[in-house]
Design a protein around this ligand. Structure first.
Ligand code: FAD
Ligand code: SIN
Length: 535
């Protein structure tokens, strides 16, 4: 296989003697469910600084709709949830991590309720819904379809009360500072304060996913894979990057963002129909609309191809109007803004890139392969999801692993007795500062390429084409030195895209969300294993 163009160690040139320095015991990058949970734990005995590139609540967590999968119903149990998760993961989950996250998850969700999170109830009892791949209704939700907002707001309230925690919003992390495979903090940038070095005894990366690498995505603009890219540049091992999960149902209206139509709509009885009005899921899977996500996404794609149409439809017209409106108020509001009354009209939907299953390889203590560097949430790969994530298992994982990262970083920071001292770094990236590049055009072309060639269905020819195009853009873009996040994000997206493509090309089988039309079978003999990449 062709050798990938290796990125520079740092995206910018800098001299530590000429920059301002900030010190903290624990540094958390990212303010979604994972980062905020980690910060709350870590602050018990330490000073904590949270750095986040947008406003505190602009992240995937805030947009989460369906809910949290958690064993709280008396009729449910950890074994059932674990079995469902392992089945969906198709042989690549780490069973002991799955068991640990599910058992811990129940405690963490109860703690969150103790902190004031209000999940939907009926007669004072939590309501549980079902989602694809779950054999039992175990999904709890808030405000019908705004679970993530409730989780995020609850954690932000805690952060604000905690005197040990500071938050720097609109502060972009460019790179991790490392020496001899030990992380010492980050190179950060703020539009008014410029470049600063932030030194920490322990650093926790909770930067979320990379949906923005694809043209069609449910993810907000922040999801550009920065954490994956900076960890790779710093020498950390990354794993399972070929496993990108596509959500089956996002609103498909030309010109509108791909607003998610939660899987719980199907859990409540929503039916998928093709262009001709025919229900099609029963012919693809015994669980019909509640089949695992990869099956539903692939079936929708097949129906779109068979009927030569750009989308399919979600039909909820048979669900009583009052129930529909109270159960899905946000979806009702968004659809109405496009003239769709969900009680009368079919909802046009199609799949979009949704979740990065792979990520920075971590152990059960959230430790990466770089010392003093932890990772949690969507940016990390714990082995919980294997080759296919079960719906609503991500907030659960972020909550549990965020807490673990915070506890472990806290313990390790206490072991560091010496005072933090910046060391001298003079880094010359060697990049040219002048550029005739149209970054927006390259970004859009990359997203379209990834969607066309590295989407729900893949084959060698299209993967090799993608590799060639990305290599060409890398030649232009990677050796440049940019001075703002627009350029850095493009460099990160190119790097992450190239790692996704090379991993997808390497895995010559179909498993979970990775569907190769040229290798349609699952090949346990050769491929029941992880693909790990490191610089
Ligand atoms: P995020 O919440 O994405 O937070 C990442 C943070 O990192 C952000 O604050 C961002 O600003 C910051 N950041 C990134 N790069 C940098 C940088 N360079 N410098 C500084 N800061 C940076 N999962 C479920 O379990 N249930 C659901 O119902 C559900 N619904 C979903 C609906 C939608 C529309 C989407 C997009 C996802 C959904 N998911 C759901 C998935 C789940 O929301 C995410 O996987 C999870 O919230 C990720 O949390 P996180 O803390 O890892 O990352
Ligand atoms: C959804 O509500 O369908 C998304 C749930 C998830 O991604 O886990």
């Amino acid at each position: 296989m062709k050798k990938r163009i290796e990125p520079k160690r740092y995206l910018i040139s800098f001299d530590s003697h000429t920059l301002s320095h900030i010190f903290t015991d624990i540094l958390v990058v990212g303010s979604g469910v994972a980062g905020l949970s980690a910060a709350i734990q870590a602050s018990k005995y330490n000073s904590v600084l949270i750095v986040t590139k947008d406003k505190i609540d602009e992240n995937n967590t805030t947009y989460a709709q369906g809910g949290i999968a958690v064993v709280l119903s008396p009729e449910d149990d950890v074994v059932k949830h674990k079995t469902d998760t392992l089945t969906a993961g198709q042989g690549l989950c780490d069973a002991s991590v799955v068991g640990m996250i599910i058992s811990e998850g129940s405690k963490r969700v109860q703690e969150m309720i103790g902190l004031g999170a209000e999940f939907d109830k009926e007669n004072d009892h939590l309501i549980f819904t079902q989602e694809g791949g779950h054999s039992f209704p175990r999904i709890i939700r808030a405000l019908g379809d705004s679970t993530g907002r409730e989780v995020e707001n609850t954690l932000i309230r805690c952060i604000k009360k905690d005197k040990n925690i500071k938050v720097f919003e609109y502060t972009y992390t460019i790179d991790l500072i490392t020496e001899d495979n030990v992380c010492h903090g980050i190179v950060a940038w703020h539009p008014k304060k410029g470049t600063t070095l932030i030194w920490a005894k322990q650093t926790i990366l909770a930067t979320g996913g990379c949906g923005q690498v694809y043209r069609e995505t449910t993810n907000p603009n922040i999801a550009t894979g920065d954490g994956l890219a900076m960890a790779y540049r710093a020498g950390a091992a990354l794993q399972d990057l070929e496993f990108v999960q596509f959500h089956p149902t996002t609103l498909y209206i030309a010109g509108a963002v791909r607003f998610l139509i939660t899987e719980t709509v199907r859990g409540e009885g929503g039916i998928l129909r093709n262009k001709n009005g025919e229900r099609f899921m029963p012919k693809y899977h015994e669980r019909a609309e509640l089949a695992p996500r990869d099956v539903v996404s692939q079936s929708i794609l097949r129906e779109m191809q068979n009927t030569d149409h750009t989308h399919v439809y979600l039909d909820v017209r048979h669900i009583p109007k009052k129930r529909l409106y109270t159960r899905f108020p946000k979806i009702k509001e968004i659809c109405e803004s496009f003239g769709i009354d969900i009680s009368k009209d079919l909802i046009p939907v199609r799949p979009s890139a949704h979740y990065m299953i792979g990520g920075i390889k971590v152990n059960r203590f959230s430790m990466t392969t770089v010392k003093q560097l932890y990772a949690c949430g969507e940016v990390a790969c714990t082995g919980m999801h294997g080759a296919n994530r079960l719906g609503s298992n991500s907030l659960l994982e972020g909550l549990v692993m965020g807490n673990i990262a915070g506890i472990e970083a806290c313990k390790s920071a206490q072991g560091v007795k010496r005072k933090l001292a910046p060391f001298s770094i003079h880094e010359t990236s060697g990049g040219s500062k002048t550029s005739w590049l149209d970054l927006e055009d390259i970004g859009n072309s990359l997203k379209s390429l990834m969607w066309r060639n590295v989407g729900i269905e893949r084959d060698e020819k299209r993967l090799l084409q993608a590799e060639e195009m990305i290599d060409m853009w890398c030649k232009y873009v990677m050796d440049k030195e940019f001075s703002n996040p627009f350029g850095w994000e493009l460099q990160n997206m190119l790097l992450v895209a190239s790692l996704i493509v090379s991993s997808a090309n390497k895995r010559k089988e179909s498993r979970g969300v990775h569907h190769r039309t040229d290798y349609p079978q699952t090949d346990d003999i050769h491929w029941k294993k992880h693909i790990v990449v490191a610089k």
